[in-house]
Design a protein around this ligand. Structure first.
Ligand SMILES: [Zn+2]
Length: 177
């Protein structure tokens, strides 16, 4: 795995094209990393549904939990599966739609200037050692490629408090910081 800053792609990982992205504002570069947790259906792992959500192909009728989510236009730059495998949906050069209404240290609209990393998991169940292993490889590469200070790795719950709880109390920050 390595970051190609010209394309904004993580070389050596599976690339999945999401339609849910647009340009970052002019002159804005990635300056924050936002970690998330996601599972679909909630609490279940390993299915095709997360990738289908991020590509606009989640079938509303396949599960009661999908009904409201199927119409969402959301994405992420990277997804870290339970086994530590990484998939990329949006180039780091582009704005992925992962944070929603958000702010960090007074600066709003975190999608504009952040890289989103979804980890397959829940707020309650421990994340897998393989996921931490992947993050410990990934995060230093991203910090270096974009000259992001290491204290600017935050959780979705940090930038949208009261609205979002992921990656949740189950995420062990001491293993990535
Ligand atoms: Zn999130």
């Amino acid at each position: 795995m390595r970051v190609d800053v010209s394309t904004g792609l993580m070389v050596g990982v599976k690339q999945v094209l999401s339609p849910f992205f647009d340009e970052r504002p002019a002159g804005v570069v990635p300056d924050l990393i936002v970690l998330h947790g996601i599972s679909l259906p909630p609490g279940e792992f390993g299915g095709p549904w997360i990738a289908r959500l991020f590509t606009g192909n989640l079938p509303a009728e396949a599960h009661p939990e999908f009904r409201e989510r199927a119409a969402l236009k959301v994405s992420t730059h990277l997804l870290v599966r339970r086994d530590g495998a990484v998939e990329q949906f949006v180039s780091f050069n582009d704005r992925a739609w992962h944070a929603g209404k958000s702010a960090w240290q007074g600066r709003e609209a975190c999608n504009d200037y952040s890289i989103g990393i979804e980890c397959e998991g829940t707020d309650e169940l421990p994340y897998e050692p393989a996921q931490y292993q992947t993050l410990r490889a990934l995060l230093p590469m991203l910090l270096e490629a974009y000259a992001i200070p290491r204290e600017r790795i935050v959780g979705h719950s940090d930038i949208a408090p009261g609205r979002k709880t992921d990656p949740g109390p189950s995420f062990d920050w001491s293993r990535v910081r």
